[in-house]
Design a protein around this ligand. Structure first.
Ligand SMILES: C[S@@+](CC[C@H](N)C(=O)[O-])C[C@H]1O[C@@H](n2cnc3c(N)ncnc32)[C@H](O)[C@@H]1O
Length: 237
């Protein structure tokens, strides 16, 4: 296991797209605390902003893989709680249909993290997640599974309920639907159409393109904020 990501050089005479493709290839081989993490530093910085401004105390992560991102979210929430007193009970619930790699890398029960092994499409999954939440939990939901239409739409339809007003649902890797950003012809598609269809039926969410602060992001159009609770309820736990 490499402890550093692959080296990327910024050639200022080459097209920006060349740099983008190198960075995209790098981000799937990055490392956090000795464990593979698949997020760009720029996107991790945006996550820090979202956690801070929304006072999220719970991250519901759909797609664990090796578990580096679950560790990263756990550590950011723990710092918000213990160093800054911004939240009280940090918690990460990370879901994957196969936790073999994660258990090998971070153990079956890492402190502050619940690994919930299930398929995103399982109908009882939202209720199983709900049963794990502390009363009044303020959740940030991260969709990072297959990046196809069906999985993205299912994630939004079934897990948006956990996001409170002023909270965020982040749909990762909309780059699969942007020709200039798409890195591999064999990847699935349908993330951005799924967001579009979800928003058409859920005007209580809006896209925050202004949060793509660093120019480079793997999540174009994927930062969704809940702006009000149309039916008068706060987020359901
Ligand atoms: C891109 S990786 C997650 C990366 C991780 N969040 C990170 O940033 O390091 C996608 C994961 O989603 C899982 N996955 C794909 N389809 C799924 C489904 N239908 N239900 C649950 N997990 C799924 C895969 O097993 C894989 O581990």
């Amino acid at each position: 296991m490499e402890l550093l990501p692959p080296y990327v050089e910024a050639d200022l005479t080459a097209p920006l797209r060349d740099y983008w493709l190198k960075r995209e290839g790098q981000h799937v081989k990055d490392v956090y605390a000795g464990v593979r993490i698949q997020k760009m530093p720029e996107d991790l910085r945006v996550y820090e902003h979202l956690l801070w401004i929304s006072r999220a105390d719970t991250v519901i992560e759909l797609g664990t893989n090796h578990g580096g991102s679950a560790l990263w979210f756990r550590d950011r929430l723990t710092t918000m709680a213990t160093t800054y007193g911004r939240i009280e009970e940090p918690r990460v619930i990370s879901i994957d249909r196969d936790h073999t790699k994660a258990v090998e890398a971070i153990g079956a029960a890492p402190p502050g993290i619940t690994l919930l092994t299930a398929d995103l499409q399982d109908e009882d999954l939202p209720d199983r997640v709900s049963a794990l939440l502390a009363p009044g939990a303020r959740c940030l939901v991260v969709e990072d599974t297959l990046h196809a239409y069906e999985t993205t739409k299912t994630a939004l339809d079934r897990f948006a309920r956990f996001v409170p007003v002023g909270g965020f649902f982040v749909v990762e890797d909309g780059i699969v639907d942007v020709p200039d950003l798409r890195p591999d012809k064999d990847l699935p598609r349908g993330v951005l159409p799924a967001i579009h269809d979800f928003l058409a039926a859920n005007p209580d969410f809006r896209v925050r393109r202004d949060l793509e602060r660093y120019g480079l992001t793997c999540f174009p159009g994927g930062f969704l904020e809940r702006v009000n609770a149309l039916d008068g309820r706060e987020a359901a736990s």
